[in-house]
Design a protein around this ligand. Structure first.
Ligand code: GLY
Length: 463
């Protein structure tokens, strides 16, 4: 948790930015796995963490801007809670640590919100992503649950996005801390990347490291020889010489900040010529994207430039053909990289995706594209100092997608479909680092970059 001042100042900034109305910010509750008493690990809502820092279930915060008041709603622990789950300082004491003096039982939330509605105050709330909070808002405001999802406050959402997108130095230190664990996870994955080792063993060991160091993984681990499946959570195979292992994994640290790295390692670090060529194209794309990212440049343009590098690199290998600009216009590189170059990262691995991916990553000036591939870019707008983003180009050979494009003659002027037959068993290569935009350019969020060249990966695997 940060110092009290941090939370007080954040709420003050939010108050000034909205100017009037009543804000309801709901924390999360425990969620059942297979029966009520067997629960998933509790995860607090990230905006609640950002403004309140309180990491416990069943809390709600109300900021009454019109009357310059704020309340925390929640219940003190019962003797049963203490017997089964342990003791904690009182809620009042915990609230004081984040600068809140007015604590009320949860049962009083309805009357405070009801009075505000009755007096005509504008009520701001975020679009709920958990049914329990959707139903709670529904009850508090007397709206049906469907309407609750439509009537969320765009003003509040935009105000929060604006604040959370710019990371402070104390947040950057937390992100670097999450990065340290992510680093350790990937080094271990590389060391284990030898023939005969099961994917599940490696995934289990690296997820264990994330649990030992913090809250666990920041998203379900992607670790597979079938890296052409972008979010492959299946770990059922055993590593074989001649194949690639794509590992996209990260940790969430104790303060809930994320890391997200990808490395693709040839089993035993023995790259064949095709794998080496594709690796080096992706390496060029990640390095040039990092070199290009700086304040004022739209990330959409960095994505397009990565597509350029991929298209031209594959043209040298004989897999694509034709004019680069025309191919970029037609969206040809999306056959090989159907995802975006990166996303914002912070308290969520896809930062604030619950508030709306397009609201986070685009604005009036930079609109989201609709074309396949470009449309998947989660963050396209101009970069500003303090933005934290992933840079994660990749090249994949998805047989079903190649067959579809070939059959439908999509981008046929730019793709050598016949040459692609030899790549159906290739898998995919993705390389991903996390950057923060500075005043003059960008830097990696963490001190030490994971091995990324073929020589560095060889040393990590066999050293
Ligand atoms: N690293 C997983 C993702 O960005 O979705």
């Amino acid at each position: 948790m940060f110092a009290k001042k941090t939370y007080v100042e954040r709420r003050e900034t939010l108050k000034k930015s909205l100017g009037k109305g009543l804000v309801i910010l709901l924390g999360n509750s425990d969620a059942a796995i297979n029966y009520a008493g067997n629960q998933y690990a509790f995860r607090q809502d990230s905006s609640f963490i950002y403004y309140l820092g309180l990491d416990a279930p069943d809390l709600a915060y109300v900021l009454d801007i019109d009357h310059n008041k704020e309340y925390l709603f929640g219940d003190e622990l019962t003797i049963d809670d203490i017997i089964w789950m342990g003791n904690l300082p009182s809620l009042k004491e915990r609230a004081e640590k984040v600068g809140i003096s007015d604590v009320k039982p949860l049962s009083e939330l309805a009357s405070v919100v009801g009075a505000a509605v009755k007096s005509g105050q504008a009520v701001h709330y975020l679009k709920p992503y958990r049914f329990k909070n959707q139903l709670l808002i529904s009850e508090l405001l007397g709206k049906n649950p469907g309407q609750v999802q439509k009537d969320f406050s765009l003003e509040l959402t935009k105000a929060i996005i604006k604040m959370r997108l710019i990371k402070s130095d104390e947040e950057l230190a937390q992100l670097a801390n999450a990065g340290q664990t992510g680093y350790a996870m990937h080094i271990v994955a590389m060391k284990m990347c030898h023939p005969g080792v099961s994917e599940r063993d490696i995934a289990g060991v690296i997820e264990g490291l994330a649990i030992s160091a913090g809250q666990g993984v920041s998203f379900p681990t992607i670790l597979s020889m079938n890296g052409q499946t972008l979010h492959n959570h299946d770990h059922s195979e055993t590593l074989k010489e001649g194949r690639l292992m794509l590992c996209d994994a990260g940790s969430e640290n104790l303060e809930h900040y994320a890391s997200d790295f990808t490395r693709t390692t040839a089993v035993g670090a023995k790259y064949n010529a095709r794998q080496e060529s594709v690796h080096n194209i992706v390496l060029r794309a990640v390095n040039e994207s990092i070199a290009m990212a700086k304040p004022g440049i739209a990330y959409k343009n960095v994505h397009r430039n990565a597509y350029r590098i991929i298209f031209e690199g594959l043209r040298e290998m004989g897999l694509t053909k034709g004019d680069t600009e025309a191919a970029l216009e037609a969206g040809a590189p999306a056959l090989f990289m159907p995802h975006g170059l990166g996303h914002a990262m912070g308290l969520d691995v896809h930062d604030m995706e619950n508030l709306g991916e397009t609201l986070v990553g685009y604005d009036d000036e930079t609109q989201r594209d609709t074309m396949f591939g470009y449309a998947s870019l989660r963050f396209g707008k101009r970069l500003e100092p303090g933005h934290v983003l992933t840079v994660e180009p990749g090249i994949y050979f998805v047989p079903q997608l190649i067959d579809k494009w070939k059959a439908e003659k999509i981008c046929a002027d730019f793709i050598n479909f016949d040459r692609l037959q030899d790549f159906y068993d290739f898998g995919g290569i993705r390389l991903e680092d996390d950057i923060v935009i500075t005043e003059s350019g960008c830097r990696l969020v963490y001190e030490k970059r994971l091995p990324i060249t073929i020589e560095e990966i060889w040393d990590a695997v066999n050293g």
